[in-house]
Design a protein around this ligand. Structure first.
Ligand code: SOE
Length: 380
């Protein structure tokens, strides 16, 4: 039976009493900006990381009181109070997209680590400023590209790394239907609150991050087209896209297609990624995360998550035995746990930071430019 434990090596400082104490066991004190459904998801993950939701601030005193009570925050605060609170060590930014950069920048300036929902900026320029602010701060920043934290996406990554040759083809899609009807509305629909790209910035970013993370390759150019099912919603003109289709070229010379839609009837969070190399194919579906399809010319298999069969990373994330299904919140919990471990001074390869948030902004910017100008767009 493979042991789940890892040899514990205490940092040098922990050996001498007068040195800083080992902080790993102590709970961190977190603040959450935003009281929507992502605030709930972050709140659960903070507690799963043995830490405390010390404060929560939403858009009004009333919505803050309701969300703080629902999420179990110690105190209902205003954003200014939360950002000024010296006891809060890490700020989770879960507000509408247009306020991400301002709040993240203020939290960094206040010396607080930042977990910021994507996008870190609604434009490439804003994302570049945020990544620079993160570098200059020396603080820990993280962006919840949590599909990296399913044990089987880590397994796919490790197997792809061992698989010789470059990626040949990628078939990627992320389909939802929560904005299918003309009466469906959300702050994401408006460019002023959600940013100029909606479908791609919102969920295409997950697809791109998972593709580049698992393959280790980069999209080096793309040609995209966008679509809009409803030109108006709730009587307002809509300028952001419902659908995106893109043809991509990869750094290893491979090619692929990405399809993103928030108006695909029956699809809820159907992220699917199929990657082919000359020796094997790998397919992961977010709505069925306990299975990885491994395709071969002879002997394809459905790999069911079983810690004994996984590489170290997939085993580490397999917090329950085979047969007890792990899901989205578990992946989110693993993401926050890794971010907090890095805040406590440990190493956690694969943590998505503001550098990865900037990468997502670069690709999103290229998608909009390509669709607007009907041309291939190279991506540095
Ligand atoms: C809405 O499309 C949304 O909540 C996204 O913003 C999240 O990133 C995705 O994980 C689920 O759907």
């Amino acid at each position: 039976m493979t042991t789940m434990s890892r040899p514990v090596t205490l940092p040098a400082a922990a050996h001498s009493a007068e040195e800083a104490p080992d902080r790993r066991a102590e709970p961190l004190r977190a603040g959450i900006l935003g009281g929507g459904f992502m605030g709930d998801v972050h709140g659960r993950a903070i507690r799963a990381a043995r830490s405390v939701v010390a404060g929560l601030a939403s858009s009004t005193p009333e919505s803050t009181a309701v969300a703080a009570s629902r999420i179990g925050a110690e105190r209902a605060l205003t954003p200014d109070e939360l950002l000024a609170d010296p006891s809060i060590e890490v700020v989770h930014v879960c507000t509408p997209n247009a306020t991400h950069a301002e709040y993240a920048a203020r939290a960094l300036a206040a010396g607080k680590h930042v977990v910021c929902e994507k996008p870190i900026g609604t434009t490439l320029a804003e994302a570049e400023r945020m990544a620079e602010a993160a570098r200059a701060s020396g603080l820990v920043t993280a962006v919840p590209f949590v599909n990296r934290f399913h044990p089987l996406t880590r397994e796919a990554r490790d197997r792809l790394a061992e698989d010789p040759g470059a990626v040949t083809t990628v078939l990627g899609s992320y389909l939802q239907d929560w904005l299918l009807e003309q009466g469906d509305d959300d702050w994401r629909v408006d460019a002023t609150t959600g940013g100029p790209s909606r479908a791609f910035g919102d969920i295409g970013s997950h697809l791109v991050d998972l593709l580049e993370f698992t393959t280790g390759e980069r999209i080096v150019s793309l040609r995209a087209v966008t679509g809009r099912l409803h030109a108006t919603r709730a009587g307002r003109a809509v300028a952001t896209e419902d659908t995106v289709a893109a043809v991509i070229t990869l750094s290893g010379g491979g090619i692929g297609t990405l399809t993103v839609s928030q108006v695909a009837p029956g699809r809820k969070n159907a992220l699917a990624l199929e990657i082919a190399k000359p020796t094997a194919s790998y397919r992961f579906e977010q709505e069925d995360p306990e299975v990885l399809w491994v395709g071969r010319r002879r002997g394809s298999e459905l790999l069911l998550r079983d810690p004994d069969q996984l590489h170290a990373d997939g085993r580490r994330l397999s917090i329950v035995p085979a047969g007890h299904a792990l899901g989205y919140q578990n992946a989110f919990d693993a993401f926050v746990a890794d971010a907090y471990a890095v805040i406590r001074g440990e190493q956690r390869p694969g943590l998505p930071t503001f550098e990865d948030g900037l990468r997502a902004a670069r690709v999103t910017d290229a998608v909009l430019a390509s669709a607007r100008e009907a041309r291939d767009v190279p991506i540095p």
